[in-house]
Design a protein around this ligand. Sequence first.
Ligand code: ADP
Length: 488
Amino acid sequence: MLLQKEKQYKGDKLYMGKKVLFVASECTPFVKTGGLADVIGSLPQALQQTENIDVSVMLPLYQEIWDNWQNQLTKINSLPLNVGWRKHDATIYHTTHQGIPFYFIKNDYYFSRHGVYGYEDDGERYLFFCQAVMEALKVIDFEADILHAHDWQAGLAIAFANITPPTKQLKTVFTIHNIKYQGILLKDAYADLFNISDEHIGGLEWDGLLNCMKSGIFHADKITTVSPTYAEEITFPFYGEGLDSIIRERKNDVIGILNGIDLNDYNPNTDPHLNTKYSYSRIKKKENKEILQKKLGLKVDPEIPMYVMITRLVEQKGLHLVQAILDEFLNENVQFVLLGTGDYEFENFFYHAEKRNKEKLVSYLGFDEALARQIYASGDFFVMPSLFEPCGLSQLIALQYKTVPIVRETGGLKDTVTPFNEYSLEGNGFSFKNYNAHELLEQLKYSLSIYQNEEKWQALLKNVNKSYYSWDDSAHAYADLYHELHQA
Ligand code: ADP
């Protein structure tokens, strides 16, 4: 670990004047559906502050952003793009937020819609976005040295930058936040529509279809993913979602860099959403629990251990395991709070599970940032038994709010949660290995026994208090990667 002073010096020397453009589909505080938004909202600042790297961010201008931020946006330019026989304008807007320049691509046909994803033409929407990014690069006041694109929605920006460099030959980094979502389109129709020549279609194609995730992986100079364990896992078919062979081909250029969180933002001592702020005090955590119990209609008793989940309701998050054992676990003297939205199967399950267990379970089906913070602050345990988890930010946020994570040993969960050992008193959570509901139930019950043993529980909380996952080390790893690219 370098001292801050040495780090600064290294930063000045190596990266002075280097500019990195982030391209992504969501970013806090503008628009968020999951952890990607947290990363894009906090990593640029960490790179700027700790590594002296100039970062700008480019995003689509969704209706939600327009509604909430239009007074702060300045129009820069309007660029006409051809999409087959149609003409579409990409209008570029700009603002600066907390020292970071943001550029937005506005096109009402593609982006003035409710929410962010989930439309039949999502592939086409982001194909358009990536083409617009290339044109925008020619006119914005930010001459990037590195194009750093995130997930499938930005994958084609990497491909286009490689095939037809927009200004100068950019170096490119592609970060895989989740390889399951790939952005797949009918090849011939879209190659025609967006004028992609036969010569270049091979790099964008996978299994006879146009695949945006594969395009990014194939064309990027370097590929990162969001934890060392996930970087290893996606070389195998089980986790590689059909792209494991190309990951293996590019293995020497793939690196796992663990995500961090913004410790100023996720801070129970200053969080504006909490009625009672706290740092290490369990007593105040209990006050938060009491307030939440009242708010959600649960029995008000801060001594009852509270298990919580805040999650997208999709298979990835281990919900089949929860389905299998929740009723049995609720025979214990516990409360369970679920905040989530997603697939009908799971929304339906939690809706009915709450009806069966009214005294003990609350299923809040929706997306609510303020409530999420109150739940992190009130829970004793954060349950995250994912089938796979590229990094996972929720367990990092939970640790910040002194909520003990219970996780499956996969991806970033494995890299950030160490199982508590009641004899050596080491470890900051609970974990299990196999994707098996009884292993989850066993850990839930085991965690309860530790909660009931004051001495062991305090030892565990002490370890949780010491678990910080800031951006510092990760920002440094990205800076090293950018530097390496410019040496090449
Ligand atoms: P993923 O990106 O796969 O959804 P992460 O754990 O990396 O999972 O990040 C999830 C982020 O979204 C966290 O900040 C979490 O608190 C937040 N989140 C998830 N579901 C909800 C919800 N229903 N309401 C509010 N915040 C949510």
